[in-house]
Design a protein around this ligand. Structure first.
Ligand SMILES: [Zn+2]
Ligand SMILES: [Zn+2]
Length: 425
């Protein structure tokens, strides 16, 4: 089976930028040529992609699929289909399932369910510690053999510096990145939103910026000590970005991600009692939002991930301070990131770097548009305007703060292994 994608603007940062035709054969890229150079065979499926942008498959390195354990919020299948609908050809799923992905059996289960879904690929992250309880190292070597691409206790910080040191030393020998959920739980003090005037006005307990940045600073020091690949998840504060910028200048091997809500919203945007605006870390101040955009512009922030965290209405339809943390993001990330391009903060090429190439590098894979590589490809329609409607989401959950927002740009088609796993209607 051959697929010929004709006339798309192809962007593969540092390699390709221009109108090309792409031939996919047996699930792999076969040829990428100037327009009309490829002569299709009679059974070739031809896709007219004029006006669309073809990019290496987008990868979301931070997603919560709720299977095993909380399938009523999301299954591996529904999550991977939502990912494909958002233009992602692969996601890295966090291990805080029930049971926790802290052993090879759970890892294999996730990979097998992912294969059956016939949607985006799944790259499981294994837990750092047994049960993510922060006491003993999990069987990281076994999980690596079973297919994990990273380790993290995401959802929970690794409070013990000594355990984190041992995890880093171990992962360095196996070349596995450590994804850090940077949070000092004592400082966070069971808060439910950003510490500031808005929290005071609403009478809610606040979470200070330092609850994130003190742990970022600790783990920068630990990365320097061990030489391990340390990646900071969902960065939300100006102080964290400053610290990472300085660490990179010193040559310490750290990377980081932010999520679309941190460059789009602030705590001032939270409508009274709307728990779809409750996430961890919380929406911060305008100063922080500007610092995040600055970090994206100057390359301090390497990538954009969603921290897609599905919750059922029951966990959200309660008082703000009792509601679950987290929002979904797979089906809104691309249009929200395209706003950065629309406003001139970053170029389209930089967006592809942050949503496809840097994530691939973190996962230790190569998603270049080059013949022989698996045909993982996203076709972006940059001009399609629509209003975000959670009722149209493929995800099983609806907890988004972006309902009703006017956005522009979406995935038109998503290909995984040369198979069309999503097509916009
Ligand atoms: Zn986290
Ligand atoms: Zn998370």
């Amino acid at each position: 089976m051959q697929i010929l994608i004709k006339g798309a603007q192809v962007i593969d940062p540092g390699r390709i930028d221009g109108v090309k035709d792409i031939l996919i054969k047996d699930g792999k890229f076969a040829q990428i040529e100037e327009p009309d150079q490829i002569k299709p065979e009679s059974d070739t499926q031809v896709i007219d992609a004029e006006g669309l942008i073809a990019v290496p498959g987008l990868i979301d390195v931070h997603v919560h699929l709720r299977e095993p354990g909380h399938e009523y919020k999301e299954t591996i299948e529904s999550g991977l289909k939502a990912a494909a609908a958002g233009g992602f050809t692969a996601v890295c799923c966090m291990p805080n399932t029930k049971p926790v992905n802290d052993n090879a059996q759970v890892t294999s289960f996730i990979i097998e369910q992912g294969r059956k879904a016939c949607a985006a690929r799944v790259y499981p992250a294994g837990a750092i510690s047994v049960g993510s309880s922060g006491t003993a190292l999990a069987e990281i070597g076994d999980m690596k053999q079973a297919g994990i691409k990273a380790v993290t206790d995401d959802g929970l910080p690794v409070s013990s510096s000594q355990l984190m040191r041992r995890a880093m030393e171990y992962c360095k020998t196996m070349d596995i990145p450590i994804l850090v959920h940077a949070e000092d739980k004592d400082l966070a003090n069971n808060g439910s939103m950003n510490e500031g005037p808005k929290a005071t006005a609403l009478g809610l307990r606040g979470i200070p910026n330092a609850s994130e940045s003190v742990m970022v600073c600790r783990d920068i020091a630990m990365a320097e000590l061990t030489g391990a690949r340390v990646h900071f998840c969902h960065m939300s504060t100006a102080q964290s970005i400053d610290a990472i910028r300085q660490a990179k200048r010193k040559g310490i091997p750290v990377t980081c991600e932010t999520a679309p809500h941190y460059f789009t919203l602030t705590d001032e945007d939270i409508p009274p009692y709307d728990t779809n605006f409750k996430m961890n870390p919380p929406l911060r101040s305008e100063i922080d939002r500007q610092a995040i955009i600055e970090g994206l512009k100057d390359g301090t922030i390497d990538m954009i991930a969603t921290d897609h965290a599905p919750h059922n209405i029951d966990e959200k339809d309660v008082e703000f301070d009792r509601a679950a943390f987290g929002i979904i993001g797979l089906e809104t990330a691309l249009p929200l990131a395209l706003e950065l391009v629309g406003r001139g903060h970053i170029t389209m090429e930089e967006l592809v770097e942050k949503m496809a190439k840097a994530p691939a590098e973190l996962m230790g894979i190569n998603n270049d548009l080059v013949s022989g590589n698996p045909a993982d490809l996203t076709l972006i329609d940059p001009d399609y305007e629509f209003i975000v409607d959670p009722d149209t989401f493929i995800s099983k959950s609806r907890n988004t703060p972006f309902a009703g927002r006017q956005v522009k740009g979406r995935a038109a088609m998503t290909f995984g292994n040369g198979i069309r796993v999503y097509e916009a209607k």
